[in-house]
Design a protein around this ligand. Structure first.
Ligand code: PMV
Length: 346
């Protein structure tokens, strides 16, 4: 029997991935860019083991067995990593034939699953990283990110710490659609992320069907595809320069455009709720009061806010959030405070 346990962090995009040009290979319609959060606070922890007696691959998620027989995405990850292992076994006959064994996966998130907190990103990144460790694959992170991408698009970015771009790529086979690190976690230590859990309910529209619906019915999506390349370049520069005002403006504009595109689909998709919109107003009012950028919000496919800000402003921001959104139903009652750095594998 061979076993391994790994953790992988959550990443929160500041230029969002939304839309696929190939749904099988998970090739995106645009480049995206994210910040990997500290995995001390938010992570997926995945243990896997392969045994000759295991006749099929099985998954236990947060302690409950899930039926993965129709989970194509997970099977993509098993298939791709097994193929690489098989090639190694064919070359070196002394290696145990792990590629022929079933794999049991036990995965836990220490935060709400499927509530727009990038749980699929950390979950699939942890799985692919664990498989690479189990099979002892001699593969670099960018190449591994092409496999993670086929599990869940945004998972490819969770294989790196710091600031990470997912390049769309030009090839139809997806060979150049991979994640690359723009700057390591140590590059901008003053930048922090505050995660406000507005709701821990499972989201109504999955990102897969939301993206499909957007591609099929949103005229505004064309405009988004026109502006994203410029935003990617500007965001990369803002990060390299540690220019918080530029970073903040682009982050908020991109989050707003992503949610506008969702609203522009027919029928519309609503990921934000009244509390989310209240947080948006609060951050704009806070910035206006100070005559500059003190904080930036962003929202994924759910109502939960992630607020990026320089460390020195965080105390005040937490106080503001607690003051205007006192604990109760649908308020940001859980506030995770995290540095954007990561340490891989436990
Ligand atoms: O990787 P998926 O299918 O969970 O999609 C993620 C989509 C967003 O979180 C909304 C944006 C992003 O870039 O992470």
């Amino acid at each position: 029997m061979a076993s391994v346990t790994c953790t992988a962090p959550v990443n929160i995009a500041v230029i969002k991935y939304w839309g696929k040009r190939d749904t099988e290979l998970i090739l995106p319609t645009n480049d995206s860019l994210s910040v990997t959060l500290s995995q001390d606070i938010l992570h997926s922890k995945t243990s896997i083991s392969a045994q000759a007696e295991f006749d099929q691959d099985r998954l236990w998620l947060n302690g409950k067995e899930e039926d993965i027989t129709k989970n194509k995405r997970m099977h993509n990850c098993f298939r791709e990593t097994r193929a690489l292992r098989r090639a190694m076994e064919e070359q070196d006959g002394s290696l145990p034939k792990l590629s022929t064994f079933g794999v049991h996966v036990c995965s836990e998130n220490n935060f709400p699953t499927a509530a727009g907190l990038a749980s699929s990103a950390s979950g699939l990144a942890a799985l692919v990283f664990a498989l690479a460790q189990l099979y002892k694959l001699p593969i670099d992170m960018s190449d591994l990110s092409r496999i993670a991408r086929q599990g869940s698009g945004s998972a490819c970015r969770s294989l790196f710490g710091g600031f990470v771009a997912w390049e769309t790529g030009k090839e139809d086979d997806g060979s150049d659609s991979r994640a690359v690190q723009i700057a390591p976690d140590t590059h901008w230590p003053e930048l922090e992320a505050l995660v406000c859990v507005v709701s821990d309910k499972k989201k109504g529209t999955s990102s897969t069907s939301g993206m499909q619906q957007t591609i099929e019915s949103s005229p505004l999506m064309q405009e988004r595809l026109r502006v994203v390349p410029g935003r990617m370049a500007a965001m990369t520069q803002a990060i390299l320069d540690r220019d918080f005002p530029a970073f903040a403006e682009l982050t908020m504009q991109d989050s707003n455009q992503f949610h506008s595109v969702c609203l522009d689909t027919y029928p519309p998709i609503f990921y934000l709720n009244d509390t989310s919109r209240g947080i948006i107003q609060l951050i704009h009012a806070y910035n206006k009061l100070h005559g500059g950028y003190k904080a930036a919000y962003t929202f994924d496919a759910g109502p939960n806010a992630v607020i990026y800000a320089p460390k020195e402003n965080m105390k005040e921001i937490i106080q503001l959030i607690h003051h205007y959104f006192p604990a109760g139903q649908d308020t940001p009652r859980d506030v995770y405070f995290s540095d954007p750095y990561q340490v891989f594998q436990d």
